[in-house]
Design a protein around this ligand. Structure first.
Ligand code: FNR
Length: 341
C-alpha cells in the first residue's frame, strides 16, 4: 500500500481557487492564498508542454521554473510561498505521458488534477478534457496510473451528464481509482455559464461518494465569501472551488469582506513585479478585473501599455517596478519585458 506523507494535502473543508487558463499563474495563486484560499489550482497545462520544458531553480526570484525549451517562456513557475497548497491541473489523453509529467513535477507541487471537463474543441479533438467523460476506461487508466506511481494526491475535475444516474455511475467508477477528491462543475458539456448550475446533482454525488466532492460552478450567484459558504451548503459539500468571481475580484476568499477592485489590482501587480510575471499575462488578468472599465479614459490608457512598468504606472507602482527589474537584471534574471506582437 502506498503511503502519503503526513503533510499530504487534504481536500476536506477547503476554499479553492479553480483552474483557469492564463488566470491561474503564480501571482494570482499567491494573491488567492493571501486572501484566504486554502488550495490553489494552476491553469490547465497540456502534458506535452511540460515534456518539452526544462526545470530550473531561479535563484534571483526564489522560484522553480519550468521553461519552454524552444523559446524560454515560463510554462509553470512556483515558489515556497505556495508550497503544500498548489495543485497542477494537466490536460492529457494518455496515461504514460501524464505519468512522465507527474514524475517530473511531483516534488515541486502538492497534487495533480486531471481536467475531464473542458468542452473546448482543442481539448475534445485531442481526447482530453470532457472527452474523457465519455471514455471512462481511459479516464480511469490515467488516474490509476498516477495514483499507483506518484506520492502526491491525484484529483480530477469533471462536468455532469444530463442524466443524474449516468453521472453517478461515472463518479463511482472514478472513485475506485484511489483519487483523493473530485471537483464537479454542475453543468453539462454543452451548457454555458448562463445556464443554472446543477447544485442538486453535486449534492447527490457528494452523498454517493466517500471522497471529498468539491462543488464548482456557483460564480453566477457568488459575489462574496458569504455567498461562497451558501453555495457550499446548497451543494452539500465541504469544499468549494471558485473561478469567475475570483478572476474578477480575488478577494472573494476574504472572510473579512471584499476589497475594492483597485486595491486588488495593486496587490496583484506587486506580486507580478516580485515574480517577474510576463507583461502579456499580467495585462490579460488586469483586463479581466477591469471589465467594462476598460472603456474609461484610464482603461484606454491601460490598453495601450506594452510593458509591466507602463501597466504599473497607472496604479502608482512604476518606481517599485523599475527598481525591482533593475535589481533582477543586475543579478542575472532576464525575463520578457515587452508584450510580443
Ligand atoms: C475556466 N475553467 C477551467 N476549467 C478547468 O478545468 N481548467 C481550466 O484551465 C479552466 N480555464 C478557465 C479559464 C477561465 C478564464 C474561466 C472563466 C474558466 C472553468 C472553471 O474552472 C470553472 O469550472 C467554471 O468557470 C465554473 O466555475 P465558476 O466560474 O462558476 O466559479
Amino acid at each position: 500500500m502506498k503511503k502519503y506523507s503526513e503533510m499530504s494535502l487534504s481536500f476536506e473543508n477547503k476554499f479553492i481557487l479553480a483552474p483557469m487558463v492564463r488566470v491561474g499563474t503564480l501571482p494570482m495563486r499567491l494573491l488567492a492564498l493571501e486572501y484566504g484560499a486554502d488550495i490553489v489550482y494552476s491553469e490547465e497545462l497540456i502534458d506535452w508542454k511540460f515534456l518539452k520544458s526544462v526545470r530550473r531553480e531561479n535563484d534571483v526570484l526564489g522560484t522553480v521554473d519550468y521553461l519552454d525549451l524552444t523559446d524560454g517562456t515560463v510554462v509553470f513557475r512556483t515558489c515556497p510561498r505556495e508550497k503544500g497548497k498548489v495543485v497542477v491541473q494537466l490536460g492529457t489523453s494518455d496515461p504514460e505521458r501524464a505519468l512522465k509529467v507527474a514524475k517530473l513535477i511531483e516534488n515541486d507541487v502538492s497534487g495533480i488534477d486531471i481536467n475531464m471537463g473542458c468542452p473546448k474543441e482543442f481539448s475534445l479533438k485531442g481526447g482530453m478534457g470532457a472527452a474523457l467523460m465519455s471514455q471512462p476506461e481511459k479516464a480511469k487508466k490515467i488516474l490509476l496510473t498516477l495514483v499507483k506511481n506518484i506520492n502526491i494526491p491525484v484529483t480530477c475535475k469533471i462536468r455532469v451528464f444530463e442524466n443524474i444516474d449516468d453521472t453517478l455511475n461515472l463518479v463511482r467508477e472514478l472513485e475506485t481509482t484511489g483519487i483523493k477528491a473530485i471537483a464537479v462543475h454542475g453543468r453539462t458539456k454543452a451548457e454555458r455559464p448562463q445556464h443554472l448550475n446543477r447544485n442538486e446533482t453535486i449534492r447527490k454525488i457528494s452523498e454517493t461518494l466517500k471522497i471529498p466532492v468539491i462543488a464548482n460552478g456557483g460564480s453566477r450567484e457568488i459575489e462574496n465569501y458569504r455567498d461562497m459558504v451558501k453555495f457550499r451548503e446548497q451543494c452539500g459539500c465541504s469544499s468549494v472551488m471558485v473561478a469567475r468571481t475570483a478572476q474578477y475580484n480575488c478577494s472573494v476568499f476574504r472572510e473579512e469582506g471584499m476589497k475594492s477592485m483597485d486595491n486588488v489590482i495593486i496587490e496583484y501587480l506587486k506580486k507580478c513585479i516580485e515574480y517577474d510575471n510576463s507583461p502579456s499575462n499580467t495585462k490579460y488578468c488586469v483586463q479581466n478585473m477591469l471589465k467594462e472599465l476598460q472603456e474609461t479614459p484610464r482603461g484606454k490608457r491601460f490598453l495601450e501599455c506594452q510593458t509591466l512598468e507602463q501597466i504599473c504606472n497607472i496604479w502608482g507602482l512604476s518606481d517599485y517596478c523599475r527598481q525591482k527589474q533593475l535589481e533582477y537584471q543586475s543579478r542575472g534574471n532576464i525575463g520578457r519585458r515587452e508584450i510580443m506582437p
